[in-house]
Design a protein around this ligand. Sequence first.
Ligand code: SAH
Length: 264
Amino acid sequence: MSISSQETNTFNQQNKRCLGKVYLVGAGPGDPGLLTLKGKGLLECADVVVYDALVSPQILMMINPQAEKIDAGKRMGRHSLFQEDTTKLLIELAQSQAIVVRLKGGDPFVFGRGGEEMEDLVRAGVPVEVVPGVTSGIAAPAYAGIPLTHRSYSSSVTFVTGHESAGKYRPAVNWSAIAHGSETIVVYMGIHNLPYITSQLEEAGLSPQTPIALVRWGTRPEQEELIGTLETIVEQVEESGFTAPAIAVIGNVVNLHSILTINN
Ligand code: SAH
């Protein structure tokens, strides 16, 4: 959203004393036990909550019953295309409500456009604070028995998006650099582009036998995993009808899945 500095100043002068505060709250990956205490406290005293599609129903149930609940996904259509409207809505709400919660899945600053939203709110002179959440890229592998680092297998991890932003057909990610940059790779939003991603990583020199795990609806009761290799996973996805939202974990730490889930 573009607000000229002149408009921003006018807005500030006129509304300085009566603006509410927007809290950008991370809802975590789904399990309500993974919501932070600070996030829960804000949901309980919010006047209005604007939430995204990936926030779990159990967390929505924690919202103050008197609060207005706005489904940003439904209201805006495809959320990825209408970011400007969401920000405009938050600015409007801050003019009439004291506590505005912008609730996002996982962590607001990890592939959640929280950075862009906060930037626009700050530019508009709206008081805003971020409340981090447990990101799905860590929690979904953990619940699948996959530690992202391990002294024997991996001392580094990269978080990358498999789908960079609306309008671009191919993500502008340097997969060759990613392939060699760390021992564990965690891909968000990667299911749709999986054939491209796996072929890019293999072309960059990763072995076709490199283990990969897909974790769908991680930390929720309906969590599902698909374990394979770079060579096999695309066919496995097609055969099983595996769909988003899922996290992909690539690297030898994936082999720990069979050991660390043995008691579950
Ligand atoms: N801010 C979020 C990520 C938003 S991008 C976070 O920190 O988790 C949306 C992507 O996150 C999805 O396409 C999927 O790749 C991943 N994701 C979100 N919740 C998930 C979950 N419960 N299980 C697996 N993947 C999830």
